[in-house]
Design a protein around this ligand. Structure first.
Ligand SMILES: CC(C)(COP(=O)(O)OP(=O)(O)OC[C@H]1O[C@@H](n2cnc3c(N)ncnc32)[C@H](O)[C@@H]1O)[C@@H](O)C(=O)NCCC(=O)NCCS
Ligand SMILES: Nc1ncnc2c1ncn2[C@@H]1O[C@H](COP(=O)(O)OP(=O)(O)OP(=O)(O)O)[C@@H](O)[C@H]1O
Length: 198
């Protein structure tokens, strides 16, 4: 059994995936894989430097994430270029991990946490899609607080993704994370019971 987990930036995907992992789900995390392909020595990082130049590098050869973020969240064409360079490798690694999990642990729930699941049209890869939802205002506030961004910077990041209301309307399962953590936990507990997961 697999589920695609998505939502908007800072709506609480990591929070929800941690709750599901604590119950026994296996996690494949697209953001974590996106970081792996940006490590020194990886061909994806080399292609990123080729396109964006040395300005997005730190002097120790690692990626200057903040600088690259500033470029791509302000410019849709550059964001598309970054997606074209990184996404095929991320998708292939996710596919390999999914195949391995389903072969080795077929009774477990496998959870694929993918921020851009709908934007990339990946719905058909998963039996069901769970969306972690908070209203846009809460999303903006939590993003500013967590990442120390101004309202303008946070707004740009939100504009780089499909609107959260639209994602909510497309979901098979909605987890409303706008309340307390305890309220979110209760929804996860109900979901787990409804699915008859052990
Ligand atoms: C631009 C980068 C360097 C910024 O790094 P930074 O450490 O500031 O942010 P981080 O990687 O933690 O991402 C935070 C969130 O931003 C959003 N986000 C990241 N990349 C994108 C993108 N290309 N388009 C829209 N939203 C994005 C996601 O919601 C993600 O959860 C980094 O996000 C990146 O390499 N992005 C390209 C790969 C990608 O698309 N990753 C996201 C899904 S796989
Ligand atoms: N129910 C909640 N109440 C208050 N704060 C919360 C709640 N859930 C999550 N947060 C906080 O909101 C922020 C965003 O949550 P989280 O990091 O889980 O989101 P995310 O969707 O995984 O983000 P990203 O898209 O950047 O990967 C974090 O600082 C987290 O501590």
């Amino acid at each position: 059994m697999n589920i695609g987990l998505t939502g908007g930036i800072a709506t609480g995907k990591s929070t929800v995936s941690a709750l599901l992992v604590a119950k026994g789900a296996l996690l494949i995390d697209a953001d974590a894989i996106a970081r792996e392909v940006m490590l020194p020595g990886h061909p994806v990082l080399a292609a990123v430097i080729q396109h964006f130049g040395q300005a997005v590098m730190n002097s120790d050869g690692t990626l200057h994430r903040k600088k690259l973020g500033e470029i791509v969240f302000a410019d849709p064409a550059q964001r598309q270029a970054l997606n074209d360079i990184t996404h095929p490798a991320i998708r292939e690694e996710m596919r390999l991990r999914m195949v391995a999990y389903e072969r080795e642990q077929p009774d477990k729930l496998v959870l694929a946490d993918i921020p851009l699941l709908y934007e990339s049209g990946l719905e058909s890869l998963y039996k069901e899609i769970m969306v972690v939802y908070v209203p846009r205002e809460v999303q903006l506030q939590r993003l500013m607080l967590r990442d120390g961004l101004t309202e303008e910077q946070a707004g740009l990041r939100l504009s780089a993704q499909m609107d959260i209301e639209q994602k909510r309307s497309m979901a098979d399962i909605v987890i409303d994370n706008s309340g307390t953590l305890a309220e979110t936990e209760r929804q996860i507990e109900l979901f787990w019971q409804r699915k008859g997961l052990a």
